[in-house]
Design a protein around this ligand. Structure first.
Ligand SMILES: [Fe+2]
Length: 187
């Protein structure tokens, strides 16, 4: 299969997975106004975009992701993006929007790139935490496995490729650490 056809298939798998997720949610009902929208209508200052709680303890994914790494990406990155976006949207047309709307409203607008970057990173980090769980993993449902096979080749080979790449990245990091230790012991 050519790389172009494979990449078309990957795109179509992503679209189908998204569509299936929306279908599984059933018909969309209008959602009640958010706490932020309600307080704006009542003339009060809008509540800030909040840092959502981690869906598990910070050591729950050990040994795959350590508490230290989670602390870094949650306690530092995620929190910093939340703080930044709140500063950037204060007093603007985005101040009473939910996060997803801020991302959609600022995408592709060069003047609003800082708001977009920070809001999108809040969303990305939240999505990332929700994509994992302690003792997760295992085989995907049959229909999804078939689509992964069709788009990427056999699932087992994809997993092996990811393990190899992870091993390579770890080896590279260890090499850099060793090299810097050697350099500092010489100085
Ligand atoms: Fe991060």
């Amino acid at each position: 299969m050519t790389e172009t056809r494979r990449s078309d298939r990957r795109r179509s798998v992503t679209q189908e997975v998204t569509a299936a997720r929306f279908r599984a949610q059933g018909p969309r009902r209008p959602s009640p106004p958010s706490a932020r929208a309600q307080c704006c209508r009542a003339g009060r200052a809008p509540a800030a975009i909040e840092l959502p709680p981690l869906p598990y303890a910070d050591n729950a994914l050990d040994p795959y992701i350590s508490a230290n790494t989670i602390g870094y990406h949650y306690g530092k990155h995620h929190k910093a993006y939340v703080d930044n976006v709140n500063k950037l949207i204060a007093g603007t047309e985005y101040a009473d929007m939910p996060l997803e709307k801020i991302v959609a409203a600022t995408a592709g607008n060069a003047e609003k790139q800082a708001i977009f970057n920070n809001a999108a990173q809040v969303w990305n980090h939240t999505f990332y935490w929700k994509s994992m769980k302690p003792k997760g993993g295992g085989a995907p449902p049959k229909a999804l496995a078939a689509k992964i096979d069709a788009a990427f080749g056999e699932l087992r080979r994809v997993q092996e490729g990811l393990h190899r790449r992870r091993g390579h990245a770890v080896r590279q990091r260890l090499g850099v650490a060793r090299a810097s230790r050697t350099a500092s012991s010489r100085s």
